[in-house]
Design a protein around this ligand. Sequence first.
Ligand SMILES: CC(C)(COP(=O)(O)OP(=O)(O)OC[C@H]1O[C@@H](n2cnc3c(N)ncnc32)[C@H](O)[C@@H]1OP(=O)(O)O)[C@@H](O)C(=O)NCCC(=O)NCCS
Length: 197
Amino acid sequence: MPTIEPEAVARPQPSLETERLILRLPEPDDASVLTEQANDAAVVRYTATLPFPYTFEDAKGWIELSRTSAAKGRDWPYVIVPRDAGAPIGAIGLHARGDAGEGLVGFWIGQAYWNLGYASEALAAVLRHGFETAGFEQIAASVFPENAASLRVMARAGFVEVGRGPEPTPARDQAEHIVARFVLERASFTDTGTDAR
Ligand SMILES: CC(C)(COP(=O)(O)OP(=O)(O)OC[C@H]1O[C@@H](n2cnc3c(N)ncnc32)[C@H](O)[C@@H]1OP(=O)(O)O)[C@@H](O)C(=O)NCCC(=O)NCCS
């Protein structure tokens, strides 16, 4: 099996911890399990950035890119690791968009782990980090309007829909798809203190 050479990360990204989850920087050894989880049409179809099929090389490339971009301080990529599983079940990332204090968040969870509250718990931790540590004024997300589970996660986190419009899904096709655009302002962020610690 191919291996990835670990490279130095100039500015280590701290892990985030919640009651059930550890969110940490992707590591080279995560490539196999990420491939297993993400190579699933049901996971990929509602994301803009995952290709399908999702190969080991795709996972390897994402891990390398994540580790490089995290070191530059404008991206916070995490794998989502339940404490009781010990291996990644998905990923969540925060990205600085432009220079106006806006972050963009995106996430996915392997299908075997849906509806256990993991996306909501991971998102709460990343939002807290985005507002309190990274200093974003607002955090945005784009959701396919037919993605009922993600709409529920957005609503529970306090995001508000601000409009709909076409966005490309460059990893899979050149077509544009209608997405619902959501925003959460720093002032509207409610840190429950229960989902993340
Ligand atoms: C969207 C996604 C991340 C949610 O992950 P998850 O860990 O299952 O999310 P949670 O368990 O925190 O919350 C899911 C919520 O959606 C609800 N839900 C799930 N399927 C639903 C459906 N078909 N209709 C309505 N609600 C639904 C669940 O009941 C739950 O709400 P509740 O806690 O109030 O009961 C996961 O489904 C996924 O990875 N999908 C594919 C990729 C994707 O869509 N990524 C997000 C792009 S914006």
